[in-house]
Structure formats: structure tokens, C-alpha cells
Design a protein around this ligand. Structure first.
Ligand code: NDP
Length: 391
């Protein structure tokens, strides 16, 4: 068995977010196994300062230049170096003291750091699913530099663990579970009336705003289908989605003999984060144990793809391939932001993504520039559709 360093150097990209702060709780639980060597955020200076003073990483970075200046002023004399902007994020992602890089940035801004971490041969614990959706082919080729990718998304973490020791040739299908979000069982007429506040009230998970809205539209599950396709090399027709409102079965693998393997636990993101950071070891004690008798009943059902059209759009983009998934993701980011700002209604999200995809002619993805160019186009198109909705 391979030897692992006693203490692993950890860079947390997006340390001020929902996943980032929970990752630091995992560090707190295992101070002898994990040492924070880099932290990054976009603009939350107060929290990054607090984290920097607590964990004393040699490097921190703020993606926004003004926020970086403010943080550098506050951290003067502490010995913590403050980097700035997209270059600073790349520096943190490839930081020599980091053995593991957790990418918990939201949105496809996470793609360049994902490529930088893998390019530097790091172990990448990937929460930032938009990296895979926008540039899956690029991420897979970056793996040839000796890096390693461990998914943090609870569904993909579950599949990853169900596949431990299995022959990939024996996999018949991947079955992703979906809580269904706050609007499970609603009709389209009801969805037309929902508010931002309704969409942010997720029944089982407490997460950042963007992924919470993605869960409400089921685009989150669509992004996960695309992520699963790239991570596990399974064609779209063999990636299934099943509704499971309790979020206890995190996902399943169906094998050719008809067996199903699943991973279960109470919904708590610290478990998949800890699994990714400890792999291939398992560290204890757990944050929470799962008492099946107390849970009582686990239920499963069909996902209503007609009412929640975003899931179908994601399958369609995935099957079209090339730059289509980058266009889908960028249009979704614009539409979700507009919904959160109260500029468009809930069902407009799906319409704007659909119309953007309809106008897009996919091309092969050969470089990061190919992805960035399509994203720029899709953002402009989706923004134009948002403006049209407002006037
Ligand atoms: P949050 O919005 O809570 O946090 C996002 C983090 O990224 C913050 O640290 C934020 O900094 C930083 N950030 C935001 N925009 C940028 C940018 N343009 N450049 C650099 N840094 C940026 O998100 P979540 O933690 O909920 O989600 C993070 C990722 O993990 C997403 O891809 C999501 O889909 C995925 N995920 C999340 C789960 C969850 O339970 N939350 C579950 C599974 C996957 P600042 O605070 O300064 O704005």
C-alpha cells in the first residue's frame, strides 16, 4: 500500500463559502492530518481575515483586487502573503506546499484553478462541478500530468466509493439521487408563482445561493449528470436520475449482474468533504452517525422532467457535446443571478437557458480559450434575454 504523509498540506479555494467553511471544520477535527497552506475568496475580507489569523496559511488570495488590497493592509505584519485576482487563484491552486487542493469556488470561474491544480500534479478535491461542465475534456487531459481528481459532490463521492475495487467494465448504469428540491411535486402553474425566498428554502441541504436555486430548478442534477459522464466515462443514456426526498442514499451504481451498490448517510457535506480529503484512508470519529431505524423510511420516485425542464436541457447539451455544456452552464449562471436579483421569474431561468442553447452551434473543446469564448457569447446572449424579459 502507498505511504501517505502524516500531515497533508491543504489549499482551500473558496474558503469563505458553504463548502469552504465546512472543509475548515474537517480540518479542525483532524489537525494532525491536515494543515491549511492556502485560502482564497472573492470579496469577503472579514471572514478571510479571520480564517487567515486562525490557520496562519503562508498564502491567501482575494479574487477581487480591491478586496485583496484591504486584506493585505489588515494582515500586515502577520507573515501571511496576500495574492490578488485570477493569477493569485492560479498561484494558490498550484502552491508547492499544497498536497491537496479543494476547489470550492462557485461557477465556472473555478475552471482555470482546476486546470492549474491538476497541471501541477496535485490531488484535486473537486466541489466546483461547473469546472467539469464547462471544460470536462480539458480537465480529463490535465489529469495526464500526474494529478488526481476526487469528487466532493455527495452524489459523485458516493459513486466514487461504490466503484472502489470494481472493474469499470462491470458498470451498467450510474443512478444519481435527487432530493427534488423545495418544489418537488409542484405543477408548472405553481412554479410560475414561486419567489426567491421559496427557492432558497431547500428541504435537506444548507448550501450557497447559486446551488440552492440550481437544486430548485433541477439544473443542479443536470450539471451532475454531465459531471458524472466526464468523471466516470459513462454515456448519457446510462446515467439515470431518481427522486429521493430524504437525501440519505447519496447515489448508486448498477452492475451488469443487476446488483446495486449505494452509499448512505444523513445529509451532511462534511462527510463527502472528509472522504475526499482522507482518501484512500478513512478518518474518524464521524460528525454524525446514521441511525436507519430512526430514519424509518426511505422513498424513491420518478423525476418529473416535463415540469422541471432544466434537467432535460442538460442531457441535451451533454449529448450534443463540445462547447454545448459550457454554453448551458454560462447561460444558467446568468439566469440564476438575474433570478436572485429579482429581475426574472423562476420559469424564465429554463427558458433563457433553452433559447441560448438553441442559438448555439457547438464546436470541439481544444483549449481553455475555446471555453472562454463560448462562455462570453452565452453570457451575452443570456443577458440580452434577461433584459428583454425586464422591459
Ligand atoms: P458559496 O457561494 O457558499 O461559496 C463560494 C465561494 O467561492 C466563496 O468563498 C466565494 O468567495 C468564492 N467565489 C465566488 N465567486 C468567485 C470567483 N468569481 N472567483 C473566486 N472565488 C469566488 O458556494 P458553495 O460553497 O455552496 O458551492 C461551491 C461549489 O461547490 C459550487 O460549485 C457548488 O455547486 C458545489 N457544491 C456545493 C455544495 C454545498 O453543499 N454547498 C454541495 C455540492 C457541491 P466570497 O465569499 O468572498 O464571495
Amino acid at each position: 500500500m502507498a505511504a501517505y504523509k502524516e500531515t497533508r498540506g491543504l489549499a482551500v479555494l473558496g474558503s469563505t463559502g458553504s463548502i469552504g467553511t465546512q472543509a475548515l471544520e474537517v480540518v479542525d477535527a483532524h489537525p494532525d492530518r491536515l494543515r491549511v497552506v492556502a485560502l482564497t475568496a472573492q470579496r469577503n475580507v472579514d471572514l478571510l481575515e479571520e480564517q487567515a489569523r486562525r490557520y496562519r496559511p503562508p498564502l491567501v488570495c482575494m479574487a477581487e483586487a480591491e478586496a485583496a488590497e484591504e486584506l493585505a493592509r489588515r494582515l500586515r505584519g502577520t507573515g501571511v502573503e496576500v495574492a490578488a485576482g485570477p493569477e493569485g487563484l492560479l498561484e494558490a491552486a498550484a502552491y508547492p506546499l499544497a498536497d491537496t487542493v479543494l476547489n470550492a469556488i462557485v461557477g465556472s470561474a473555478g475552471l482555470p484553478p482546476t486546470l492549474a491544480a491538476l497541471g501541477a500534479g496535485k490531488r484535486l478535491a473537486l466541489a466546483n462541478k461547473e469546472s467539469m461542465v464547462a471544460g470536462g475534456e480539458l480537465v480529463l487531459s490535465a489529469l495526464h500530468n500526474g494529478g488526481e481528481l476526487i469528487p466532493v459532490d455527495s452524489e459523485h463521492g458516493a459513486v466514487f466509493h461504490c466503484l472502489r475495487g470494481e472493474d469499470p467494465g462491470d458498470v451498467e448504469a450510474i443512478v444519481l439521487t435527487a432530493s427534488g428540491g423545495p418544489f418537488y411535486g409542484r405543477s408548472r402553474a405553481e412554479l410560475a408563482e414561486v419567489t426567491v425566498e421559496d427557492a432558497l428554502a431547500h428541504p435537506t441541504w444548507s448550501m450557497g445561493k447559486k446551488i440552492t436555486v440550481d437544486s430548485a430548478t433541477l439544473m443542479n442534477k443536470g450539471l451532475e449528470v454531465i459531471e458524472a459522464h466526464f468523471l466516470f466515462g459513462v454515456p448519457y443514456e446510462r446515467i439515470k436520475v431518481v427522486a429521493h426526498p430524504q437525501s440519505v442514499v447519496h447515489s448508486l451504481v448498477e452492475f451488469r449482474d443487476g446488483s446495486l451498490a449505494a452509499q448512505l448517510s444523513v445529509p451532511d457535506m462534511r462527510l463527502p468533504i472528509a472522504l475526499a480529503l482522507s482518501y484512500p484512508e478513512r478518518w474518524g470519529p464521524p460528525f454524525r452517525r446514521t441511525d436507519l431505524a430512526e430514519l424509518g423510511r426511505l422513498t424513491f420516485g420518478e423525476v418529473d422532467r416535463e415540469t422541471f425542464g432544466c434537467l432535460e436541457l442538460a442531457y441535451r447539451a451533454g449529448r450534443r457535446g463540445g462547447t454545448a455544456t459550457a454554453a448551458l452552464n454560462a447561460a444558467n449562471e446568468v439566469a440564476v443571478e438575474a433570478f436572485l436579483r429579482g429581475r426574472i421569474g423562476f420559469l424564465d431561468i429554463e427558458r433563457i437557458i433553452g433559447e441560448t442553447l438553441e442559438a448555439h452551434v457547438p464546436r470541439p473543446v481544444r483549449s481553455l480559450d475555446d471555453v472562454l469564448a463560448v462562455e462570453e457569447w452565452a453570457r451575452a446572449k443570456a443577458s440580452w434575454l434577461v433584459d428583454g424579459e425586464e422591459t
